[in-house]
Design a binder for this molecule. Structure first.
Ligand code: HEC
Ligand code: HEC
Ligand code: HEC
Ligand code: HEC
Length: 172
């Protein structure tokens, strides 16, 4: 899919609706919205090809890893219990909060979100009240909530525990 997009942008095919909104439905981001999400993320200035190899058809062809640009975070995370258990940056920062065809649970769709930022509020809200859009702050940024970022793996933990552990996650 990435390979079929115009080089450098990707807005030609991975976009749905106006670029300043991110449509949602049924508690998930709708699919094919990587471009809108990208603009609502801290990576708005990057191109798809900053991370993806446009010459490979597979989405999984990532040529620049998170840690290549965020070295201090990668260093801080290295050797932690979760890193050793195989939990990657994208598991928390790009959880499956989008749905193309299948929802495996109320907080696990089948496409990774590109919002990247985490909302660490205990009662954080990811969608507008009507559920039709991702909730954006006054500068147009969205964020994934803890139910998507942590809840799938930590089903036995309550929201207070998750929020407590998520705040200042990399400074703990
Ligand atoms: C090609 C370089 C590059 C790659 C790869 C990259 N980032 Fe970033 N990231 C940036 C830049 C540039 C910014 C915006 C400036 C800043 O805040 O450091 C940013 C910002 C962020 C922020 C917000 C930081 C803040 O202070 O608000 C998060 C979170 C983040 N990136 C996570 C990730 C994760 C997770 C990955 C891997 C999926 C990743 N980044 C991959 C360059 C990159
Ligand atoms: C900061 C790095 C970064 C940028 C920028 C980025 N992506 Fe991604 N993208 C990723 C990572 C990491 C994955 C997850 C790969 C994996 O699952 O191994 C991914 C996954 C995907 C997937 C597959 C999603 C799924 O779960 O099936 C698509 C499609 C995609 N990206 C499209 C895009 C498009 C289009 C753009 C530009 C609008 C873009 N990406 C920008 C890092 C990035
Ligand atoms: C992909 C699955 C996965 C995700 C996503 C995930 N975790 Fe974990 N987490 C684990 C595993 C596996 C362990 C290790 C459990 C063990 O060994 O008992 C762990 C351990 C922990 C621990 C105890 C060890 C430590 O490093 O302090 C904390 C705290 C924790 N997770 C918090 C979080 C928070 C907060 C989030 C979301 C921001 C999160 N986790 C997201 C799988 C995950
Ligand atoms: C277990 C979940 C988890 C994993 C894995 C994880 N992060 Fe984070 N990260 C978080 C949470 C939660 C925050 C937000 C902390 C806060 O806002 O207080 C965060 C914050 C950040 C920020 C700063 C955002 C800001 O607003 O200042 C960056 C950059 C970042 N992470 C990069 C990475 C990179 C790179 C990796 C992989 C090497 C990674 N993270 C792995 C949960 C995780």
């Amino acid at each position: 899919m990435v390979g079929a997009c115009p080089a450098g942008g990707g807005g030609g095919c991975h976009i749905r609706g106006a670029p300043d909104t991110i449509p949602a439905r049924g508690g998930f981001i709708r699919h094919h919205e990587q471009y809108n999400e990208q603009l609502a993320s801290p990576h708005y200035a990057l191109d798809c090809v900053s991370c993806h190899d446009p010459h490979k058809r597979s989405e999984l062809s990532i040529h620049t890893a998170c840690g290549d640009c965020h070295e201090e975070y990668a260093d801080a995370y290295a050797g932690t219990q979760m890193e050793i258990a195989g939990v990657d940056c994208e598991d928390c920062h790009m959880p499956y909060a989008s749905k193309s065809a299948v929802a495996f649970s109320p907080t696990r769709g089948d496409v990774r979100a590109h919002l990247v930022r985490n909302n660490v509020d205990r009662d954080g809200q990811m969608f507008t009240d009507d559920g039709n859009f991702v909730l954006l702050d006054d500068v147009g940024r969205g964020a994934v909530t803890l139910d998507f970022a942590c809840g799938e793996c930590h089903r036995d933990k309550n929201p207070n525990w998750l929020a407590g552990k998520a705040k200042k996650f990399h400074q703990r």
